[in-house]
Design a protein around this ligand. Structure first.
Ligand code: ATP
Ligand code: MG
Length: 420
C-alpha cells in the first residue's frame, strides 16, 4: 500500500468490476444515441455563479455540497455538482439554439462532485449519464425522455424500479400554490432552519426526509389541486403518451426535486432494493433555467441517471451482466526466440482486430498458464525452442484443454477463422 488513500467518500473503479460501470454507461447511452441525442462534454469545473444561479441559492447542492475554490488568477470556480446548468451554458455559448433546429438534444457522461456525508450509494465523487432536450415545449419530449430511461434500465435487466411522476406547475400557478403551502407551513412545529427554508423555497420542505417533518405534512396542500388549465392539459398529455408506450408510473403528488429550476413535469426513478439512497435517477422540465443564467426563454427537459446507484441496483437484483471476456488469445512464450515470434503474432492479431494478450516478464510455464486462465482467453498459443525448431506453435483450446500443433505461418489465419 502507498502512503495515500482515495479521499473520503470516493472509491476507485478497478478491473474487473470497472467493466460493469462501463457497461452501465453504455446501456444508458445507447437508447439516447438511437434517438437523436448528440454527445456533449463540458469541463469538470465552472464559474461558481453558474451553479448558484442555475441550481439555486437555497438548495443543499449550492449551500452545503459544492467544492468551491479560487484559482491563482482569482477566478471563483466550483467542481460541477451536476451537469444540466453547464450543458445549457455550453449550448447558449455556442449558439446551438440559434441554428434553427430546436430542440437541441444532447447527452453526457461524467463525474460529479458533492461534499456530502458519505454512505452506501452516496459519495463525494460519482458518475452520471444525462440527457437534455433544450428549446421545445412539447409533452412528447418529456415522454420521450422517460421512455428512454425506462428502456435503458430494462436493457440492463432491471425490473425492481418505479417511476414517480408529478407536475410542479409553471409561473402562472406555482406562485399561488407556493403561497398556500407557505401559509400551511407557518402553522407547523418546525425548527428555525426549516422555517427559513419555508420562506425561501417552501416546496423543498416537502422533500425533507426527516420523520418529524414528514408526519406533519399529511394535510399539506398539493400542487395537483392548484395546477392551471395549461399545466393540467400538458401533464395529462405526458401521462397518456407514457401509458401508450407501455411504461408504468406512479403519480406522486408530493414529488419535488432538490433543484430550483424545475417546472411542470418532474420525475424520479427509484429502486426498491437500495435502502435509503433509493433514487437511481431523476429529472424534469426546467423552462426557466435559461433565463436564470442570462439566456433567452428556452423551455427544456432532461434527466440524470446515477451510474453508481444503477450498479448497486444490479447487485441488489442479482443481475450479472454478460460481459464478454475481452481477451480472445493469450500467448505464452517459453524461450527468448519464442518471445520475439509470439510478440509479433500478438501484434499481428491485434492489428487484425483480435483481442490478444501476452505473458510479460520471465515466467515459467505454470505461472504463465495461470495468467492465460485469468485473462479469460478462449485460446492460448504456446511455443518453446523445440516447437519453433519444428516450425510450429501449440494452440490450446482453453475450454476443452485440447492442444494441437499449428504451423507458425498459419497460426494467425487459423485463430481468425476459429474466432469467426
Ligand atoms: P438524493 O435525493 O439521493 O440526494 P438528488 O436529488 O440529489 O439525490 P440528483 O441531483 O437528481 O440527485 O442526481 C440524479 C442522480 O444522481 C440520483 O438519482 C442518484 O442516482 C445520483 N446521485 C446524486 N447524488 C449522488 C451521490 N452523492 N452519490 C452517488 N450518486 C448520486
Ligand atoms: Mg442530493
Amino acid at each position: 500500500m502507498s502512503t495515500f488513500k482515495a479521499p473520503k467518500g470516493t472509491y476507485d473503479l478497478l478491473p474487473p468490476d470497472s467493466a460493469k460501470f462501463l457497461a452501465v454507461r453504455e446501456a444508458i447511452a445507447a437508447p439516447l444515441r438511437n434517438s437523436g441525442y448528440g454527445y456533449i462534454e463540458t469541463p469538470g469545473f465552472e464559474n461558481v455563479e453558474l451553479f448558484a444561479r442555475g441550481v439555486g441559492e437555497s438548495t443543499d447542492i449550492v449551500t452545503k455540497e459544492m467544492y468551491v475554490f479560487e484559482t491563482k488568477g482569482g477566478d471563483r470556480l466550483a467542481l460541477r455538482p451536476e451537469t444540466t446548468a453547464p450543458v445549457l451554458r455550453a449550448v447558449l455559448e455556442a449558439n446551438l439554439h440559434k441554428a434553427g433546429n430546436l430542440p437541441v438534444k444532447v447527452w453526457y457522461s461524467g463525474s460529479q462532485y458533492r461534499y456530502e456525508r458519505p454512505q452506501k450509494g452516496r459519495y463525494r465523487h460519482f458518475s452520471q449519464v444525462g440527457a437534455e432536450a433544450i428549446g421545445a415545449e412539447d409533452p412528447a419530449l418529456d415522454a420521450e425522455l422517460i421512455i428512454l430511461a425506462d428502456q435503458a434500465y430494462r436493457s440492463l435487466g432491471l425490473s425492481n424500479f418505479r417511476i414517480l411522476l408529478n407536475s410542479l406547475g409553471d409561473k402562472e400557478c406555482r406562485p399561488v400554490y407556493r403561497a398556500a403551502l407557505q401559509d400551511f407551513l407557518r402553522g407547523l412545529d418546525l425548527d428555525e432552519d426549516t422555517l427559513r427554508r419555508a420562506e425561501i423555497n417552501p416546496l423543498r420542505v416537502l422533500d425533507d426526509k426527516r420523520e418529524s417533518v414528514q408526519k406533519q405534512l399529511g394535510d399539506a396542500p398539493l400542487l395537483r389541486d392548484y395546477l392551471c388549465d395549461a399545466c393540467k392539459a400538458y401533464h395529462e398529455e405526458v401521462r397518456e403518451l407514457i401509458t401508450a408506450a407501455g411504461v408504468s408510473f406512479e403519480d406522486d403528488p408530493k414529488l419535488v426535486r432538490g433543484l430550483d429550476y424545475y417546472t411542470r413535469t418532474t420525475f424520479e426513478f427509484v429502486h426498491d432494493g437500495l435502502g435509503s439512497q433509493s433514487a437511481v435517477g431523476g429529472g424534469g422540465r426546467y423552462d426557466g433555467l435559461s433565463e436564470m443564467i442570462g439566456g433567452p426563454a428556452l423551455p427544456s427537459v432532461g434527466w440524470a441517471l446515477g451510474v453508481d446507484r444503477t450498479v448497486l441496483a444490479l447487485e441488489a437484483e442479482g443481475i450479472e451482466l454478460e460481459l464478454p471476456s475481452t481477451t480472445s488469445v493469450f500467448a505464452v512464450p517459453l524461450s527468448e526466440e519464442a518471445r520475439r515470434v509470439l510478440f509479433a503474432k500478438v501484434t499481428e492479431l491485434r492489428r487484425n482486430g483480435v483481442a490478444a494478450d501476452f505473458s510479460f516478464g520471465v515466467k515459467g510455464l505454470k505461472s504463465a498458464m495461470k495468467s492465460a486462465n485469468r485473462s479469460g482467453a478462449r485460446y492460448a498459443v504456446i511455443a518453446g525452442e523445440r516447437d519453433l525448431a519444428e516450425g510450429v506453435v501449440q494452440l490450446k483450446d482453453m475450454e476443452s484443454g485440447e492442444q494441437v500443433a499449428i504451423g507458425v505461418n498459419e497460426i494467425v489465419a487459423e485463430l481468425e477463422s476459429k474466432l469467426g
